[in-house]
Design a protein around this ligand. Structure first.
Ligand code: SF4
Length: 645
């Protein structure tokens, strides 16, 4: 593996080469430790923004991985973008880090058209940043400027300017045109907010030169060796192996649909998150009835508009899975639609389209925004916030208002309108409360608990049944870290999603929904996921390909480097743990909603033993359960990420 890593100082526009072999997440944590970024505010110019690409020349091996100190989680976090590494390899670089701050809002240009790498900062003089309203607008602006180049860019949207929830957006460009449906997001953790607010950079544009014949031959030879490793292991042709292991994302005969959106609802059934995760208090029969509506107004519509006409494309690398299923020009995935759909009481895909398209256009992490909005909806519903303070009317959030199809569609549309309005209020800090929400649920709760102390007191005295819901955060669903950090879970009612793990908000946990396991078993399965997922992401591999790649990963890697994978991953986990401990500590659950999701999960998922224990002893046993999960997790990972006593 060649040494192709640079640190760019945005303040003086110079760069330094860093010698060494790094995988993308190793690169990020190495620099964060070296520059002691835990000491700085998350928007300080020293919060180094790192990215790097996958290096295995296999299908699914070309992700760009971003890492940073997260404004939401408060610790080290990372996020992946499909296909964006495919063009990035033309720059000849493996890893880049940005430190320092541009004087004016700029784009970073990485140009390797000639032998030497050229780095430029393009000030957005002719772009009205004060009126920046839509990520697609900047995307088009860049296309106009660079359409002669074989380029790709990743950029941030308006949400990155004013909130902690800004994602990073990118779309494939081919022959001077965007590929419909190929847009992708590296959104978890608020990396877009760091890029803009710490470094004054709205995006990075990169391109390089075509390979020489010699280089092409070398690459072909390497790709051939990779294919041989796979074919030898599976005793099947390379393409057959890939297609057999990625059915869910391409097309699943069983469910007769494709992609995460089409398939996930076939499995989440009545435990699909709805109405701000209020499933524990909604009768199963009602949830079953609502799930039928999701199948009718979400999945069936999607199948008609995307699967049947085969509106499928890839993320930018020549991948036969074509997991990007799109309609009306934009891709449809489970998590953005779920968090900005059923979680908000929206059960009609056309109504959800309006919310998702707004949230995307504003450049939010759609998962984070949906979770924030559903929390706000419930606070309005229970009267802890007032419409005139938030700037939107009370949502339809009473399950009794969702009885007939007519009401479901009407209320879906009504809530969609409110969510669109709320997204704008938060993205542009349009009012005082929007500015508070822009911090994220946990940080906002701390402010609201003080601001509305009297209201909380009154609320608690009036609601005897709701006595456990004492504070604003009790209605919010997140995993806490340290004093102020948090992240929303992925959209599954899975016990592993709520445990105090080193990295949450992604799939580095056992996230199978509908199971309630013994704590040690949950920890063991979660640790297996941590290791597999972090290995896949650290090598810049698309996780949709993990099933066929993971069993042969060491053999593939041996073809290009003698780095020991196991010890690298072990060290990486320890490094993240050490780094984050300088910032905070793993935390016991503080939201009542999350406690209820876990305790009710025991009964819901058929674990009689734990269900009885929780009913008889309540939270005392929940603490014991979580402590046992945490102890085993630490033991198996050989780290000290224990709960604060
Ligand atoms: S499965 Fe999808 S995201 Fe992954 S490499 Fe293929 S097209 Fe890209």
């Amino acid at each position: 593996m060649a040494t192709k890593n640079i640190i760019i100082d945005a303040s003086n526009k110079k760069y330094n080469i860093v010698e060494g072999e790094f995988f993308p997440i190793n690169w990020g944590i190495y620099l964060h430790k070296k520059y002691e970024t835990w000491k700085y505010n998350v928007y300080d110019k020293n919060n180094i923004f790192c990215f790097g690409r996958g290096i295995l020349p296999i299908i699914g091996g070309h992700r760009l991985i971003f890492s940073f100190k997260s404004p939401l989680w408060d610790g080290f976090h990372f996020s992946a973008m499909g296909g964006a590494g495919y063009v990035f390899k033309n720059t000849g670089l493996n890893n880049v880090a940005i430190i320092g701050r541009c004087e004016k809002p700029s784009l970073l240009i990485l140009d390797r058209e000639n032998e030497d790498l050229k780095i430029d900062f393009m000030e957005l003089k002719d772009y009205d940043i004060k009126n920046y309203k839509n990520v697609y607008d900047l995307n088009n602006y860049i296309l106009k400027k660079f359409n002669e180049k074989n380029y790709r860019a990743f950029i941030v949207g308006p949400a990155s300017l004013n909130t902690n929830m800004g994602g990073i957006f990118s779309q494939t460009v081919k022959n001077g045109k965007f590929i419909e449906g190929s847009e992708d997001w590296a959104a978890r953790g608020g990396g877009g907010s760091v890029l803009y607010r710490a470094h004054n950079i709205l995006g990075v544009v990169y391109y390089g030169k075509d390979k020489t014949e010699k280089e092409l031959n070398e690459q072909k030879d390497l790709e051939k060796r990779m294919r041989e490793v796979v074919e030898k292991h599976y005793n099947k042709p390379y393409m057959t192996v890939i297609l057999e292991h990625t059915k869910k994302y391409r097309y699943n005969e069983e469910t007769q649909t494709g992609g995460t959106f089409g398939n996930d609802y076939h499995y989440t059934l009545d435990i699909t998150p709805i109405f701000n995760w209020r499933m524990p208090y909604i009768h199963k029969n009602i949830r079953i009835a609502l799930h039928k509506k999701i199948m009718k107004y979400f999945v069936e519509q999607f199948n008609k508009e995307s699967i049947e006409p085969k509106k499928w494309t890839n993320c930018g690398e020549p991948c036969p899975v074509l997991c990007k299923k799109y309609r009306n020009g934009l891709k449809v995935d489970y998590e953005p639609y779920e968090s900005n759909g059923p979680l908000l009481g929206i059960f009609d895909i056309h109504a959800a389209d309006r919310v998702v398209h707004t949230v995307d256009a504003l450049g939010f992490d759609a998962i984070e925004f949906g979770n924030l909005a559903s929390w706000v909806f419930e606070l309005l519903h229970v009267g802890l916030l007032k419409p005139e303070e938030v700037g939107i009317a009370k949502p339809a959030f009473d399950i009794n208002d969702y009885q007939t199809d007519e009401d479901i569609l009407k209320n879906s549309n009504y809530n969609a309108e409110l969510a669109v309005k709320l997204a704008n209020i938060v993205a542009f800090n349009e009012n005082e409360i929007g500015k508070i929400f822009a911090l994220g649920k946990r940080k906002a709760s701390k402010i609201l608990n003080v601001k509305y102390k009297d209201r909380l007191f009154k609320h608690n005295s009036n609601n005897n049944e709701d006595l456990k819901y004492k504070k604003f955060e009790d209605y919010a669903v997140y995993i806490p870290f340290g004093d102020n950090g948090e992240i929303s879970p992925t959209l599954y009612w899975s016990i592993g999603n709520f445990m105090p793990y080193l990295i949450q908000g992604k799939y580095l946990t056992y996230y199978q929904c509908g199971e309630f396991l013994e704590p040690e078993k949950l920890a063991k399965l979660s640790v297996e996921r941590v290791i597999e997922e972090i290995t896949i992401e650290n090598l810049g591999i698309c996780r949709f390909h993990r099933k066929w790649i993971y069993p042969v990963i060491e053999s593939l890697l041996k073809e290009i480097t003698d780095v020991n994978l196991n010890s690298t991953i072990e060290e990486l986990i320890k490094d993240i743990c050490e780094y984050d401990k300088k910032i905070g500590y793993p935390n016991y659950i503080e939201s009542q909603r999350v406690k209820d999701l876990i305790m009710a999960g025991a009964e819901e998922f058929g674990n009689d033993k734990w269900s009885k224990v929780f009913k008889e002893c309540g939270e005392e046993k929940l603490r014991e359960y979580i402590k046992r999960v945490s102890n085993e997790y630490n033991k198996l990972l050989n780290i000290d990420w224990r709960l604060k006593e």
